[in-house]
Design a protein around this ligand. Sequence first.
Ligand SMILES: *Cc1c(COP(=O)(O)O)cnc(C)c1O
Length: 220
Amino acid sequence: MIAEEIKKIHALLPQGVELCAVSKFHPADAVKEAYDAGQRIFGESRVQELLEKVKVLPSDIKWHFIGHLQTNKVRQLIGLTSLIESVDSIRLLELIDKESERAGVVTRVLMQLHVAREETKFGFYPEELLEYFSNRSFENLKATHICGVMGMASNTDDMSRVREDFRKIAATKEEILKIAPDLRGFDTVSMGMSGDWQIAVEEGANLVRIGTAIFGVRNY
Ligand SMILES: *Cc1c(COP(=O)(O)O)cnc(C)c1O
């Protein structure tokens, strides 16, 4: 079942759009099944769960951290991820940078945008992020590579609202590039989940994060 869903989604995704299979709350066996079907990028939202899976699963898996990252967990996570998608404050960004430098690694991150109505309280408002880049504060980072933006659409059946949210996320990334055209490798737009990834791709996503449609419903 998992293998079939992975293959189906791989076949549907246009060239240049990557799949992050969101395996949070699902056992390592399920990840292995997806891995054997060719999937390599997996998303986790809790540090402890990611640490446990890293121990028992193949070392060529690219782990994406997609949940709210508490500052007291940063040190444990550094060096294990291929991408931290959910940087939601400057304080967190600076801590990731400090710990990465200390560990002698470069950490790739995305800045999480807050465009959805209500939903999560995490992420930057577009204006905050534009301000961060116009101040060129990113030049102070020593061991962090900001690779783009991540965001979620409003949790609603109103698909025009969802599309509008995705459009806002993609447009913010373009505006940042206009403000700081010398930013290198700032090209990732991570948006779209099980219920709305097709719309996200239409609006410019090049990384989608899909959990339920692959692994089934989660038991929290
Ligand atoms: C859980 C989660 C997903 C996956 O959601 P599904 O609806 O199960 O596909 C995607 N992105 C983030 C940030 C998540 O926390």
